[in-house]
Design a protein. Structure first.
Length: 402
């Protein structure tokens, strides 16, 4: 499976993945998923929001156990964030068939579309739509950097954007969703465990800061006459770092766009996107408010206008305690009797977090020896990936088999 995925959307220069929603690379990932389903005789369904489901058993029967993740990536992402969950799901299913189990419930592997939000700016679009956490109107307004709207991008990829929307009947047929994911930090490396389960996902959001100044000549405009939005932007980046550090949170300006983007022009507009996350909602609120207040002070000092727009927000997610405890019990008594299964909190968002309001969800994390993620350097050792497959198979066997 990895060999077939290896080249899809991989950038020759960076070695990272650029698998953005509704692009050719995304279509290739979807074709790979369909081929994996076909190779196992699973029934492929594409739901109204473009998420792919590969079913063993009757999807209509209800009481299903679902596993899976996503195949799209951030710009220059690693190989594992997303695909490890999908590959491990198919591998766990193979393992269960090899164990000769009898399935008592329908089982599906799912590939949620547009988890990273790399193209349209909003993460988890596929699961948000399905769970009714993104309105059709708001989804139709999403626009990429080239000005292409989500509906036009879906159409270009051969999907119908007019059918998108909440899918409560589908979710009502699911009794449990388990997402396996590469860990995106070093907790398992530090504790010395190959596999963990998720406790909670930190609340997180994305805010767009538009600093509007005045374009002017970089050679002839006196410094005192400038309204340069790059200056308050730069001060705001430093303020974000400071506020996050003081609060024990994280805050990142990882994306910026500048107009007119000329070397010899004072910019007219600097647009920076803040991603901030904290263990608690009140802390996150306080951090973002402080960053915004400081940004306003800096903007005023430079004669620059500032508009701040919250583009997305996901409150804290506490995963279903009963399912989490059941998973720990199943893994603790599974094939690897020595396995300790720590419970980890995480600052990363996931489809499992979005679905947790509608369906009991749980997550398994696989050790990442460096903790690096959202980078081509992301890694997981083969032995740990195999431990993840065994753990997922144990979990699915306990949940869906006799
Ligand atoms: C997704 O990986 C996110 O946490 O932004
Ligand atoms: Mn990610
Ligand atoms: Mn992911």
């Amino acid at each position: 499976m990895w060999r077939e995925l290896l080249a899809i959307g991989r950038h020759a220069g960076s070695g990272g993945y650029r698998r953005f929603a509704w692009t050719g690379a995304d279509a290739d990932c979807r074709a790979w998923f369909a081929a994996q389903a076909a190779a196992r005789g699973l029934a492929l369904e594409v739901d109204r929001n473009g998420n792919q489901w590969a079913w063993l058993g009757d999807p209509e029967a209800g009481g299903a156990v679902v596993t899976g993740s996503h195949l799209d990536s951030v710009p220059d992402g690693g190989a594992f964030d997303g695909p490890l969950g999908v590959v491990s799901s198919f591998a766990a299913l193979d393992e269960l068939l090899a164990r000769g189990v009898t399935f008592t419930r329908p089982l599906a592997v799912v590939n949620f579309g547009d988890e990273e939000g790399a193209r349209f700016g909003l993460a988890c679009v596929g699961s948000r739509l399905t769970a009714g956490k993104l309105t059709v109107e708001d989804a139709h307004r999403l626009t990429d950097a080239a000005g292409t709207t989500l509906p036009r991008a879906m159409e270009a990829a051969g999907y119908d954007p007019d059918t998108i929307g909440p899918d409560p009947e589908r979710l009502a047929r699911v009794d449990a969703f388990v997402e396996l994911h590469v860990e995106q930090g070093r907790a398992l490396d530090l504790s010395g465990d190959p596999v963990g389960v998720a406790g909670a996902i930190w609340p997180h959001g994305r805010w767009r800061f538009d600093f509007r100044g005045e374009a002017n000549h970089a050679g002839t405009t006196r410094l005192v006459d400038r309204h340069d939005p790059m200056l308050p932007y730069a001060e705001t980046v430093l303020a974000a770092r400071r506020e996050a550090r003081l609060a024990g949170a994280v805050a990142t300006f990882g994306k910026i766009s500048v107009e007119p983007n000329g070397v010899n022009a004072v910019p007219s507009l600097v647009r920076g996107w803040l991603d901030s996350r904290a263990e608690g909602g009140a802390t996150l609120d306080a951090v973002v408010t402080a960053i915004e207040d400081e940004a306003r002070t800096y903007a005023t000092a430079h004669g620059v206008d500032l508009e701040v727009v919250r583009e997305s927000f996901t409150p804290v997610v506490e995963f279903d305690h009963a399912l989490r405890d059941e998973l720990r019990r199943l893994l603790g008594t599974g094939r690897d009797a020595e396995l300790r299964v720590p419970v980890l909190g995480t600052g990363a968002g996931h489809d499992a977090g979005i679905l947790s309001g509608s369906v009991p969800t749980a997550m398994l994390f696989v050790r990442n020896p460096t903790g690096v993620s959202h980078s081509p350097a992301e890694h997981a050792a083969e032995d740990d990936c195999l431990a993840g497959v065994t753990a997922l198979a144990d979990a699915l066997e306990g949940l869906a088999c006799k």
